[in-house]
Design a binder for this molecule. Structure first.
Ligand SMILES: C[S@@+](CC[C@H](N)C(=O)[O-])C[C@H]1O[C@@H](n2cnc3c(N)ncnc32)[C@H](O)[C@@H]1O
Length: 221
């Protein structure tokens, strides 16, 4: 299994624990180091590679891939095209690429995705608020904001706010982008439900999973 944008490797670990041969790529050296440490700590096989998911060549092919929690929205439309070309070159015919992303209702009527949670480790505890600050569907851009408040530990009281410029997709714009790639949308699930439930192809929501199938024909860009 290949995971582009693997971050600190929590999916890599979960998949490796199920006996899968896993490789993650991430463009952040800090994240790659964390993912490597996580796999090593659990004595699990697998690899985290420092690379750009829009331009990589690992010299091997995979039976499946996963890209979770809207990581794909870090890519512009043009970057998505290059990413899908790279993925097609790395995936076996008919294999699946599971992609999770927010899909916006073109009418603009839905509530903007947001979530809040707390985490703690040792003496450190954090409150995290992730909000969608603005969405411009005509421009295909969404501004997401993370606010991390340090609740306990040596840095108690500090607040870190970061803005993330993301691509905003509707089922139509996403479907059109996939149609120009070597993938077809096989099935769609709503990941807001546990377990995720199958939904129709044009479903909208904050945590939609698209099961993409690698077609036999490969479109070279
Ligand atoms: C939302 S995090 C997801 C991390 C991980 N998949 C998880 O669920 O914990 C997105 C990750 O994508 C990485 N990323 C963003 N743009 C990238 C790119 N062009 N190539 C590779 N990684 C990228 C970031 O460094 C970050 O670690």
């Amino acid at each position: 299994m290949l995971e582009p944008g693997c971050g600190s490797g929590r999916y890599l670990e979960a998949l490796a624990r199920r006996g899968l041969d896993v490789v993650g790529i991430d463009s952040s050296p800090v994240m790659v180091e964390l993912a490597r440490k996580r796999l090593a700590k659990s004595s699990l096989p697998g690899e985290a590679v420092l690379d750009d998911m829009t331009d990589f060549d690992l010299g091997r092919s995979f039976d499946g891939a996963v890209c979770a929690i809207a990581t794909i929205q870090h890519l512009t439309r043009e970057e998505l095209g290059r990413h899908l070309s790279c993925m097609a070159r790395h995936l076996a015919e008919d294999s699946r690429y599971m992609v999770q992303l927010a899909l916006y209702d073109p009418s603009g009527r839905q509530r903007l995705p947001s979530s809040s949670w707390e985490e703690s480790r040792g003496e450190l505890s954090l409150r995290i608020d992730w909000t969608t600050a603005e969405v411009d569907l005509a421009a295909g851009r969404a501004l997401q904001r993370s606010r991390i408040e340090i609740l306990t530990g040596p840095r108690k009281g500090e607040v870190v706010v970061e803005d993330h410029a993301m691509t905003a997709w509707t089922p139509e714009t996403w479907g059109a982008a996939i149609a120009t790639s070597s993938f077809v949308i096989e099935r769609v699930f709503d990941g807001a439900e546990e377990p995720p439930v199958p939904v129709e192809e044009h479903a909208t929501g904050g945590l939609i999973w698209h099961e993409l199938r690698r077609e036999a024909r490969a479109i070279e860009r």
